[in-house]
Design a protein around this ligand. Structure first.
Ligand code: ADP
Length: 246
């Protein structure tokens, strides 16, 4: 599998505290990866660096084929390169319908200026319907986002991100606050999405990570502590020590 994202020896310190410490790892094209680790391990900072919110003090982050350094780009440019980020809390427009939310995302695309002069076309109407279907909301297109369940709002936001055609999707704790049925649907959605793009799921919930059934990267003190299947990493004595604190 060729690498889509190469995190190469990055470090970042905040007021002398090293939050990311010589971190290196790769994500392949069309790979589903879970990134886990205890609180303070550096998971959020890692996502902040990849999306351009935080600059590392050293190292490089390369993306795409042929690969380009993301460190020379600002957040908007990185999004346009094809990096999408789903924050934990859904940020949909509650008083707009599912279709309207998706249409807005489609208008904006990877370029917010594209909104100027944009008119809905037959193709964009069809694309909105496809996006709704892709995230399991085909039956909800005419409903206001505010009427959706928590899980459905999360899927809508994923649909809005898909409108930007990301090649890498970073997803922060997608299953938090979901019902069991919603968690199962979210697992299926993420697995399906990773068939055609890379999906990195940052997650605390081990039960959910087990369902994803993918390679796991364990972060600790800003570095990779272990990598492999969930069974492999949870047998690692260093991982056990970090999680159980002894
Ligand atoms: P995680 O998401 O794995 O819980 P974070 O990436 O949020 O970990 O944080 C890693 C470490 O860096 C933590 O100790 C946190 O307190 C620290 N940290 C993160 N961002 C900042 C910041 N902007 N200023 C100071 N310290 C920070």
């Amino acid at each position: 599998m060729s690498a889509l994202l190469e995190v190469d020896s990055i470090s970042v310190s905040f007021d002398g505290f090293r939050a990311i410490n010589n971190l290196s790892f790769n994500i392949g094209e069309a790979e589903l990866r879970a990134v886990i680790g205890p609180n303070g391990a550096g998971k959020t900072t890692f996502m902040d660096i990849v999306t351009g919110k935080t600059r590392p003090d050293k190292g490089d982050v390369k993306f795409g084929t042929p690969s380009k350094s993301l460190l020379k780009m600002n957040e908007a440019q990185i999004a346009r390169e094809g990096v999408g980020r789903k924050f934990q809390r859904p940020t949909v427009f509650e008083d707009q319908t599912v279709a309207e939310n998706l249409t807005m995302a489609l208008k904006a695309g990877r370029n917010p200026f594209a909104v100027l002069g944009w008119r809905p076309s037959k193709a964009s109407v069809a694309r909105v319907a496809d996006l709704a279907a892709e995230v399991g909301l085909a039956a909800q297109v005419a409903r206001k986002a505010g009427e959706l369940s928590h899980g459905q709002k999360q899927w809508l936001e994923i649909g809005m991100l898909l409108a930007q055609e990301p090649r890498l999707l970073l997803v922060d704790e997608p299953a938090a606050g979901m019902t069991l049925a919603e968690r199962e649907q979210t697992t299926a959605l993420l697995v399906r999405l990773a068939e055609t793009r890379a999906v990195v799921v940052v997650e605390h919930d081990m039960d959910f990570v087990r369902r994803l059934n993918c390679k796991v990267t364990v972060l600790h003190q800003g570095s990779v502590l272990a990598e492999g299947s969930l069974d492999h990493v949870t047998r690692n004595p260093d991982v056990i020590e970090v999680y159980l604190g002894r």
